[in-house]
Each structure stands twice: as structure tokens, then as C-alpha cells.
Ligand binder design. Structure first.
Ligand SMILES: NC(=O)c1ccc[n+]([C@@H]2O[C@H](COP(=O)([O-])OP(=O)(O)OC[C@H]3O[C@@H](n4cnc5c(N)ncnc54)[C@H](O)[C@@H]3O)[C@@H](O)[C@H]2O)c1
Length: 247
């Protein structure tokens, strides 16, 4: 019997996604580094393979249905199961509401919401047949309290991810599929590096822990939700934020 788990991590090329890929690889899973930036995704996969893990890079644009279906076809050729899906890829932009055009609104929702929906729908299709699986989406503290720095469109899309997680969890529970989200506060990655030193310092001051989180902090929470230790946890939105939002 094949007990090798297969995990798909969107946006796995860099930032939080890369830490998540590395951490899941350490648990013995075959990790599919699914990203638009295929050159970087290949580097991440090569580094995991170089450290004794198992990873492959596959190009995907999660906002496009055909691209998502092609990804699942490619994964099917590699593995009979999809055991873990981590919806990590997302895009954001700091913009005041009056500067958000319809095109900009749609651009963010096409990736953050539609992408999460498409990837999860296809994972659910496979996991339902298996009678097992873990779907974990990376939402954001901004999806709970609004964007401190992030745009309103980004924050609203992340609130959508939280509600989508709960809705899917209700439907998936009958098939013993856990569906959860991780809600990071500010974490030191490229996404927050562009805020600039002043904003980063002022934001860190508002966090009880007084520092930004590290990608590994989020990866460890994902690894827990992806493990058998989370057997009876579903529909949960797990904060990883140094006390930034407590609800
Ligand atoms: N960094 C933070 O402070 C923070 C806080 C809360 C939530 N998050 C969330 O964590 C996740 C990862 O954030 P990050 O900071 O590592 O971001 P990042 O910008 O460093 O990396 C995002 C990755 O997603 C990929 N990607 C973007 N659009 C894609 C698409 N359409 N299809 C496939 N891949 C795509 C990019 O190529 C990139 O590799 C995101 O969901 C983000 O919203 C981040």
C-alpha cells in the first residue's frame, strides 16, 4: 500500500508558500510546488529534493479554470491521491478605495477568491472519492478586521476565503475531509517588505508580540492542520499573529 502523501501548495515558489513546502516535505509528503513563477518554483523544488525531500514544480495560474484543471491532470499522472491542498497563493495591493478600479477589484478577486474556490473544488472532487483529505487556506488578519495597510479589495477577498472555508468544511465533513484556514498577521515576506521601514516599524508596534511573524510560524500551523493531529478540527480559522487580533 502507498502511504506517501501528496500535497499541493499554491504560491509555493517563495514567501510563506516556500516555507510551507519545505515543512510538508520534512513530514515525508511529495510536495507539488504550484506557482505562476515557474522558474522560482523549480528552484524551491530543487532545493527540497537536494535536502532529501520529494518535490515537483508545476506551473499554474489559480485564477484560470483551464490552468487549474491542467494542474490536477498533471498531479494525477504523478500520484493516485491528493491528500493535502494548501491554498496559499494570493496577490495584494495597497490602494485607497477611491483608487480601486473595477479592473483592479476583479484582478484581486480572480486570484484570491476564484483561485481558492477553483483549487478547492477540484481537490474536493478527488478527496471525496478518497474519503479523506486536508484543505488549508491562508486567509489574513485583514479578512477579520479590515486592512491596516492592505487594500479594501484584498481584505474583502480574505474575508471571503474565511467564509468559503466554513462553507466547504460543512459539506466536506461527511467525507472525513478537514477544511481549515490559517489567518496570519503581518509576516516578514516580499508582500510586506514593500510597505517600507516606517510602516513596518509602526505596524510591529501594534502587535503585542512586538515583531512580525516568520514564514516558519505559519508553516508550522499549516503542518499541524495537515497532520493526523487535526483529525476532529474542521471549519477552524487559526490565528498566527502574535496577539494582533484576538477573537
Ligand atoms: N506576508 C504577510 O504578511 C501575510 C499576512 C497575511 C496573509 N498573507 C497571505 O499569505 C499568503 C502568502 O503570502 P506571501 O507574503 O508569501 O506572498 P508572496 O507575494 O511572497 O508570494 C506569493 C506567491 O504566490 C504566487 N502567485 C501569485 N498569484 C498567483 C496565481 N494566480 N497563480 C499561482 N501562483 C500565484 C506568486 O508567484 C508567489 O510565488 C497569501 O495568501 C497572503 O495573502 C500574508
Amino acid at each position: 500500500m502507498n502511504d506517501q502523501k501528496t500535497a499541493i501548495v499554491t504560491g509555493g515558489a517563495k514567501g510563506l508558500g516556500k516555507a510551507i513546502c519545505e515543512t510538508l516535505a520534512l513530514t515525508g509528503a511529495l510536495v507539488v510546488v504550484a506557482d505562476m513563477e515557474i522558474a522560482k518554483a523549480r528552484e524551491t523544488a530543487a532545493s527540497i529534493n537536494g535536502h532529501g525531500g520529494k518535490a515537483v514544480a508545476i506551473e499554474v495560474n489559480i485564477g484560470e479554470e483551464a490552468s487549474v484543471l491542467a494542474l490536477y491532470q498533471a498531479v494525477k499522472a504523478l500520484s493516485p491521491t491528493v491528500d493535502i491542498l494548501v491554498n496559499n497563493a494570493a496577490i495584494g495591493r495597497e490602494l485607497p478605495i477611491l483608487d480601486i478600479t473595477v479592473a483592479e477589484w476583479d484582478r484581486i478577486f480572480a486570484v484570491n477568491m476564484r483561485g481558492t474556490f477553483l483549487m478547492s473544488r477540484e481537490a474536493f472532487r478527488v478527496m471525496k472519492e478518497q474519503g479523506s483529505g486536508k484543505i488549508i487556506s491562508i486567509a489574513s488578519a485583514a479578512g477579520k478586521i479590515g486592512g491596516l495597510v492592505a487594500g479594501a479589495h484584498y481584505s474583502a477577498s480574505k474575508a471571503g476565503v474565511i467564509c468559503f472555508t466554513k462553507s466547504l468544511a460543512m459539506q466536506a465533513a461527511a467525507f472525513k475531509i478537514n477544511v481549515n484556514a490559517v489567518c496570519p498577521g503581518p509576516i516578514a515576506t516580499d508582500m510586506t517588505a514593500i510597505w517600507g521601514e516606517e510602516t513596518i516599524r509602526a505596524t510591529a508596534e501594534k502587535i503585542p508580540w512586538k515583531e512580525f511573524g516568520r514564514p516558519q510560524d505559519v508553516a508550522d500551523a499549516v503542518a499541524f492542520l495537515a497532520s493526523e493531529k487535526s483529525r476532529y478540527i474542521t471549519g477552524e480559522i487559526l490565528d498566527v499573529n502574535g496577539g494582533f487580533v484576538m477573537d
